[in-house]
Ligand binder design. Structure first.
Ligand SMILES: Nc1nc2c(ncn2[C@@H]2O[C@H](COP(=O)(O)OP(=O)(O)OP(=O)(O)O)[C@@H](O)[C@H]2O)c(=O)[nH]1
Ligand SMILES: [Mg+2]
Length: 369
């Protein structure tokens, strides 16, 4: 079999092992030599069903570390709904000294009332601590095709006859962004590269020619095990991943009251005067308010039912929740639950706690507003 890549995920097509990336049934392969989608991409595209393949984070890391030895322009895509959760720690080990354009994707999810420049400043501030050398920073909505023109202008400005690599954590929208660029230049209106709500969709490098010698290159995402998406199944993922602008939901709470975000997170107001909490969580997730003293029994009784997602089965898999406690300061702040959303608080010296599965990241930051 001649080496040929799957157009959808970038893995090398093979007919030997169904558990490995790039598998295609021999009869399907023989029937149509030009058909270049592996079985996994075919199922993802047509049935939105994921088949797990045997590939480890180290394999992705190997693909990415090769970039360090090259002179290239890097586009690092991050998810602005989960900035800290989608920043790459130790980025230079992957890309060496290469220049970075920082792209905050999924702009459509955050309310329009939040100013773009505020988000951009905020992104710049965060990545500085991670040793990023950013030459430009902008926002896009890959799914809506917003910001693509600006991105192309910025790429041309900095490309200087080099290849352009699109890198980032899983699920930030790298492949959607590349599809959106392809659509700009071709008659194509369909997605060429496979995209999905499952983390780890792209498995190999996908090269799109920019000119005779240089390519725009989509890469597999770096797995960030702090993302909630990592622990959920298809139906649950659909619940947590916002598809349109989030409508903030405001709750006036007295101390010793609790909010449940489905059964995915529990937010306790431990100490302080009556105040409001503005929740930026996907509109599809129900929020339940209860007294702190009833929270434990409510959770035990209703997890997987009224408190869904997760299902009982997923809950059993993810295991015990861990509590993270915070005290606010004078500055307005957000408590962020990686991949799920954030709660904005404008009240100093109050105490709150958030309980989530033990690997899900929770942190406090100065407010985005
Ligand atoms: N709301 C919104 N969703 C987006 C946007 N871009 C991508 N998505 C969604 O995010 C999910 C992941 O998109 P992909 O393009 O597959 O992400 P990726 O970074 O290539 O992921 P891997 O290949 O797993 O590393 C999909 O469900 C997309 O529909 C966007 O601009 N807005
Ligand atoms: Mg991808």
């Amino acid at each position: 079999m001649k080496q040929q890549k799957c157009l959808g995920c970038g893995s090398i097509l093979q007919v030997e092992n169904e558990e490995k990336p790039g598998f295609i049934k021999p009869n399907v392969y023989k029937k149509n030599n030009k058909l270049s989608l592996c079985q996994r991409c075919f199922r993802l595209k047509h049935y939105n069903e994921i088949s797990n393949v045997d590939l480890k984070n180290e394999d992705f890391v190997k693909i990415l570390t090769d970039i360090a030895a090259k002179d290239a322009l890097i586009i690092n895509v991050i998810d602005i709904f989960d900035i800290s959760g989608s920043v790459i720690s130790g980025i230079s080990r992957f890309i060496g000294d290469n220049e970075i354009i920082l792209v905050g994707n999924k702009r459509d999810i955050l309310p329009k009332a939040i100013k773009d420049h505020k988000i951009i400043n905020w992104m710049r501030r965060i990545v500085k601590d991670y040793g990023y050398k950013v030459v430009d920073c902008l926002l896009t909505s890959a799914i809506k095709g917003h910001g693509i023109e600006e991105l192309l202008t910025v790429i041309e400005k900095h490309r200087k006859n080099r290849d352009v690599y699109i890198i980032g954590c899983t699920n930030v929208g790298k492949s959607t962004l590349v599809n959106s660029i392809i659509k700009r230049f071709t008659e194509n209106t369909k997605d060429l590269i496979t995209v999905s709500q499952f983390p780890g969709t792209t498995l190999g490098i996908i090269e799109i020619p920019l000119d005779d010698k240089h390519n725009l290159i989509d890469t597999p995402g770096i797995i960030n095990s702090h993302q909630y998406a990592f622990y959920l199944d298809k139906k649950e993922l659909n619940h947590i991943m916002p598809k349109k602008e989030i409508k903030p939901r405001v709750y006036q709470l007295e101390s010793k009251q609790t909010l449940f975000f489905g059964g995915l997170a529990r937010f306790d107001y431990l100490f302080g005067d009556k105040t409001s909490f503005v929740c930026f969580i996907n509109n599809d997730i129900k929020i339940h308010r209860t007294k702190l003293e009833n929270a434990f029994s409510l959770f035990e009784k209703h997890i997987g039912g009224m408190l869904y997602p997760p299902s009982v089965e997923t809950f059993q898999k993810i295991g015990e929740y861990q509590k993270h406690q915070f005290k606010t300061t004078k500055e307005k702040c957000d408590i962020v639950i990686s991949g799920l959303g954030f709660i904005s608080i404008n009240k100093p010296n109050i105490q709150v706690s958030v309980s989530v599965p033990k690997d899900v990241g929770v942190y406090i930051r100065p407010s985005l507003f």
